[in-house]
Design a protein around this ligand. Sequence first.
Ligand code: NAP
Ligand code: MG
Length: 404
Amino acid sequence: MAKIQMKTPLVEMDGDEMTRILWKMIKDELLLPFVDLKTEYYDLGLEEREKTKDKVTYDSAYAAKKYGVAVKCATITPNKQRVEEYNLSEMWKSPNGTIRAILDGTVFRTPIIIDSVKPVVKNWEKPITIARHAYGDVYKATEYRVPGEGKAELVFTDKDGNETFRETVYDFECAGVLQSQYNKDSSIVSFAHSCFRFAIDTKQDLWFSTKDTISKKYDQTFKLIFEEIYERDYKAKFEELGIEYFYTLIDDAVARVIRSRGGYIWACKNYDGDVMSDMVSTAFGSLAMMTSVLVSPDGQFEYEAAHGTVTRHYYRYLKGEETSTNPMATIYAWSGALRKRGELDELPELCDFADKLEKACIKTLDSGVMTKDLVGLVSEGYTVKAVNSADFIAEIRKNLEQML
Ligand code: NAP
Ligand code: MG
């Protein structure tokens, strides 16, 4: 069989530990035999980040901006312990943070659903994708532990030094706490564009929720910016595709989500997205089955797994022990990126290969062959067999070869 050809290269961002091992296995077994893989390779493994003083991370993000599609392996975000372990000259910043800042994107997380693992919420039939606005609010708040009696005020001084706003927050008669939050129109606008674009890209409804009835300026601003951008830039396209933009209060959204059948994108403010994404991913099953894509407001895409480098498994692997690490989310990062590349370059065979690769994964799991993490989640009545990562990937390859 002739290999499937590519036009534009994918930006390939390699990573660390167990996921780096899986990365190579996936390429060798599931991609290189079938696709004439064209990538521009960046090694974001911690050693290379140290060697290049983190320049490689920046270069990879600029390449993603240039080519439009990237696929990323999980990477270590150094902490104090990692600085010692890898003898680092600096505690390099999170690569995901750096890439997100350069692409100005929003992260969308979607679970991979299989028949034998039923979501905790019985009526969820299709994935629910969470979009979290990862900027500002409580994550960048200024806080103060109020020691006792006194007055708290909110003050704004414009760039010419004129005080244009002053309001009493509270006249404290005793000790208490104080917090101030901010966000920026530019960031909310980018968030909105990424959400509308991703809804169009995946042909799914977009839900957005805040608490604008209580927060009449702060949350209201989010609501109005989304509304305005929708009306101006996306309404016609949504109508053409038969998809819907739907705004509701966060508490109403929570109730509707639980009663829904799934199959839409739920855009959330920063804190709501933090909390709800953990709830949704747990209810769907496993972090190992959660895919993630960063979408920039101008339509660049970076695909990855939502989980980390699976350190505990890697240490076992280094001791020569067998590991059963789930490669699904990393395989889906590749299939997502190849499909997107295929769409942009008008290469239907490449899109078709991505579809078949995912189908081969699902077929493998539906046949009961799975990694250990999933075995405990399987509903009664299914017969399953736990295998190691290499055997799992070999089984996917067998199923893929039958489909091609
Ligand atoms: P993690 O790598 O996601 O793993 C946490 C635990 O979840 C694992 O020990 C494992 O549980 C289970 N798990 C996660 N993915 C799995 C998979 N594919 N197959 C089977 N089990 C899986 O999170 P972490 O241990 O907190 O972080 C490890 C490193 O990853 C850190 O250095 C962190 O900085 C980095 N990280 C990177 C990213 C990213 O690049 N996007 C995201 C998060 C974390 P058991 O051990 O019980 O089997
Ligand atoms: Mg969280």
